[in-house]
Design a protein around this ligand. Structure first.
Ligand SMILES: [Mg+2]
Length: 368
């Protein structure tokens, strides 16, 4: 008997559009997959491509999932795991589609064994994963209101989008709107209090000079930003920025995101932390290998999402728990989705609600 892959495509809107340095995010297409074997046990996975960000279109992802479904249908469902993985990797290199099937395999495996995925990956996983609240490139007033609400909900860590140009996410050649970034971060600091940890994410939008000036201003009192994600883009710019910050005596945690995908070798060029994402690495197993290798070379690892749906978030939470990552991660993003037309997804998202700034690792069999 073969493994049967089914795909259910959903359009999910964000509650409010999220401006970032690469564009404004208004909706997500989620490809929900189920994988069923002859034993009737089903595993669930999810692909959430984001073309403006990672270049993978919905059409490409849909086609890749179709090919993966055909390949799985050819396999016996008692085929050894490595045969299944090799077959998938030969079929497509579309990261989000591969990750969806990989999640479904782990979920199905956990359900067959009656164990949570984190407990299959590690003997001593965390019970909850610390998360930060992400604030988009919005007005200071909106940023302050969102941060205040999150602080009331128990969040003590925040990530604020910066690097926008001309006050909006135009993505054009306008000069960096440093004043706008500073007032947005100041609003979050006001709402979150002096003890909160604030990180900013420029999505690679700054030049080395812009980043050096912005980081000097952002890390100084009273804003005291603790970490900066993808301030510049490309390994060469990263090396120049690290040298400029060292020369200026600025001590800040730098985390590399997009550059690490485009130039894997660049992880040696300045970051303290590297962000990994399931959709890019093609699945939980590959991501754990990549994360472990980075940890071995002295770089910390963070796991993030791109406003994924609940199954993608659950998979990232299990992986982070297995790796025992204690820094706050960018996984508290389900709140941004309007799930009123998708009650099944709303019910899953509910189980991943953060408490006191951490998402409890689902303890049931599989992912959720
Ligand atoms: Mg990022």
């Amino acid at each position: 008997m073969a493994l049967r892959l089914e795909v259910d495509e959903r359009l999910v809107r964000l509650r409010t559009p999220l401006p970032t340095a690469w564009g404004t995010l208004e909706a997500r297409t989620l490809f929900l997959v189920t994988l069923t074997g002859s034993d009737g046990v089903t595993g669930r996975g999810e692909a959430a491509p984001l073309q403006a960000y990672d270049g993978v279109s919905d059409d490409l992802c849909r086609a890749a999932l179709g090919l993966l479904g055909e390949a799985l249908a050819e396999l016996d469902d008692d085929a050894p795991g490595h045969v299944v993985m090799d077959t998938l990797a030969r079929t497509t290199d579309c990261g989000p589609a591969l990750a969806a099937v990989d999640m479904a395999l782990w979920d199905r495996g956990g359900r067959r064994l009656g164990r949570p995925v984190a407990g299959m990956l590690a003997s001593d996983p965390l019970e909850a994963v610390a998360v930060h609240r992400t604030i988009g490139g919005v007005s200071p007033e909106q940023a302050e209101a969102e941060a205040r609400e999150a602080a009331t909900d128990g969040f003590t860590a925040f990530k604020v989008k910066v690097g926008l140009r001309d006050g909006i996410a135009s993505g054009g050649p306008a000069p960096a709107d440093l004043a706008g970034d500073l007032s947005r971060v100041a609003a979050v600091r006001r709402a979150a209090g002096a003890g909160a940890r604030i990180k900013v994410d420029a999505n690679g939008a700054w030049s080395v000079e812009e980043a050096t000036e912005a980081i000097a201003r952002l890390t100084a009192a009273p804003l005291r930003v603790a970490a900066v994600e993808e301030p510049v883009s490309g390994g060469e710019a990263w090396a120049q920025l690290r040298a400029a910050l060292t020369a200026a005596g600025i001590d800040v945690e730098l985390s590399m995101d997009e550059t690490a995908d485009r130039e894997p070798g660049a992880v040696n060029r300045g970051p303290d932390v590297v962000e990994v994402k399931l959709a890019r690495t093609g699945g939980i197993g590959t991501m754990l290998v990549r994360a472990s290798l980075a940890q071995l070379s002295g770089t910390q690892v963070a796991i993030a999402s791109t406003f994924d749906g609940p199954i993608g978030i659950a998979a990232a939470v299990h992986a982070a728990a297995a790796l025992r990552i204690e820094r706050p991660l960018g996984l508290a993003t389900l709140d941004a989705l309007d799930l009123t037309e998708h009650p099944d997804l709303a019910e899953l998202a509910e189980r991943l609600t953060p408490h006191d700034g951490a998402i409890p690792v689902p303890a049931g069999p599989g992912l959720l």
